[in-house]
Design a protein around this ligand. Structure first.
Ligand SMILES: [Zn+2]
Length: 137
């Protein structure tokens, strides 16, 4: 990983793009210009402020997914991961705790999806008209 490869203090391009599945299958998972802009917004307006409010590391288990990768991992065709608008977040505490921090900090978000059995929080942010929806899957 390159030192300049940072989006914000605590988040890097590498972790937003990295995918074990893509690596194994030889998929490049290269975001376009629009997706890069969306990811930057997601990190700067939502993930980094959440990280600061939480006070502990947040790991991205899945960020950007090119259409091919998204299909492989069983993502919905309209998945916000494909647009660079979503990231799955894993923390030391339960994902419910992270959701609590998100709400207490009153951060902007489009969708927060809690997957209690898999213990991660899917978070997305759009440029406009964020719905602030909370779903449980
Ligand atoms: Zn997700």
């Amino acid at each position: 990983m390159k030192v300049f490869n940072r989006i914000s203090r605590d988040f890097s391009w590498a972790e937003m793009i990295h995918s074990r599945t893509a690596e194994d299958r030889g998929i490049e998972n290269e975001p376009g210009e629009k997706e890069v802009v969306a990811m930057e917004e997601l990190v700067k307006r939502l993930l980094q402020p959440l990280r600061l409010a939480y006070g502990k590391p947040i790991r991205i288990s899945s960020g950007y997914r090119c259409p091919e990768l998204n299909k492989l991992v069983g993502g919905a065709p309209s998945s916000q991961h494909v647009k660079g608008e979503a990231a799955d977040c894993v923390a030391e505490d339960r994902a419910e705790v992270l959701l609590g921090v998100l709400l207490a900090a009153e951060l902007p978000f489009d969708r927060a999806i809690l997957y209690p059995k898999r213990n991660f929080l899917h978070l997305s942010l759009r440029a406009k008209r964020n719905r602030k929806q909370i779903l449980f899957r």
